[in-house]
Design a protein around this ligand. Structure first.
Ligand code: ADP
Ligand code: MG
Length: 304
């Protein structure tokens, strides 16, 4: 009996403490206003004072916010929001109206599948392509022509874009794919060396499926070809089959590489045996059929 009494007493003490903290917080006008908007009983709210203060801060951050880039909240584009569930309060991160609008506007980007490519590439856009450099003219013309042709259902070759590290190769092709994504065209940007590593390790499992999807996707970029560790299997069975399929089906295919096509040929004939040379030649012939070769000599953009 004595024990039970102590227990009730402790609970009361705790309750008093919670009440005090809550009352203290309510002396802040912003908090008071925030609480009044919730329309939830004080008895429940007082158990969550410190969390409610966090939510109140985020709510107020939102009230004068000009846009996503100025977001001050913990999770950019989200606001910590309390909600009553039975006899408890739960706190969830809700997307703000700017974030919802952006997601709606950018929903088309789900058409671009990325494999081991930084997500920022989804920001790449044709209108932001650097045009400050005369060396970029050839590739930009190629991309603009491709875009026009593809929209008009004219079959157009992809492109084999070679150039030094960081000059913007991946960005340029991604900008094209992002643009066509708006027209509901599905595409994939595959970081080829990593894709191959994964494929080798688990070809029999889920990668077989990924491989099939990539082979058949309407637009494909094999990014950084030539940087992979090569085996006859990956050259002939994997790359060879992807290229053959895409040639037969007339599916536009793009490549970026630090190597020119000629250098890629040496890379692919990794032994000096005649057989390897013939097989490497065959791959190069397929790439040539699928693409126009463009070299981009431009400065490193990575530190911009
Ligand atoms: P590469 O594939 O040739 O190594 P990237 O395409 O990765 O080079 O580009 C290097 C960096 O420069 C990336 O961070 C990319 O986002 C940026 N970049 C390249 N072109 C542009 C551009 N037109 N506008 C904005 N950023 C760009
Ligand atoms: Mg790249």
């Amino acid at each position: 009996m004595k024990q039970i009494r102590t227990l009730i007493q402790m609970t009361r003490e705790d309750k008093d403490k919670l009440m005090q903290a809550y009352a203290g917080a309510l002396s802040n006008d912003k908090f008071k206003k925030f609480i009044s908007l919730l329309k939830i009983e004080d008895d429940l709210l007082m158990k969550y004072t410190s969390r409610l203060e966090d939510a109140c801060l985020e709510y107020n951050n939102c009230s004068n916010c000009p846009g996503l880039s100025a977001c001050k909240n913990m999770e950019k584009g989200f606001v910590l929001t309390p909600e009553q569930r039975d006899k408890t309060l739960i706190f969830t991160y809700k997307a703000c109206h700017y974030k919802l609008k952006e997601d709606k506007d950018k929903g088309y980007l789900n058409n671009v599948y990325l494999f081991d490519i930084p997500k920022q590439i989804k920001m790449a856009s044709m209108k932001d392509i650097y045009k400050d450099d005369a060396n970029r003219k050839v590739i930009i013309t190629k991309l603009v022509t491709f875009l026009k042709d593809y929209k008009n259902k004219v079959t157009s070759k992809g492109c084999y874009l070679s150039g030094s590290f960081g000059c913007g190769k991946t960005y340029l092709i991604a900008a094209l794919f992002n643009e066509l994504a708006k027209e509901n065209v599905r595409s994939a940007i595959i970081y080829y060396p990593e894709f191959l590593r994964n494929l080798k390790e688990s070809f029999d499992t889920n990668y077989k499926e990924k491989y099939e999807t990539i082979k058949k996707i309407p637009l494909l970029l094999l990014d950084d070809i030539g940087a992979e560790n090569l085996t006859p299997w990956s050259r002939d069975e994997i790359l060879g089959s992807i290229l053959q399929y895409r040639m037969d089906e007339e599916l536009p295919t793009f490549f970026t590489s630090n190597l020119t096509l000629q250098e890629l040929e040496s890379h692919l004939s990794f032994s000096t045996s005649g057989v390897d040379k013939v097989k490497a030649r065959r791959i190069i012939e397929r790439i040539k059929q699928l693409t126009d070769e463009v070299q981009l000599v431009s400065k490193n953009r990575r530190d911009n």
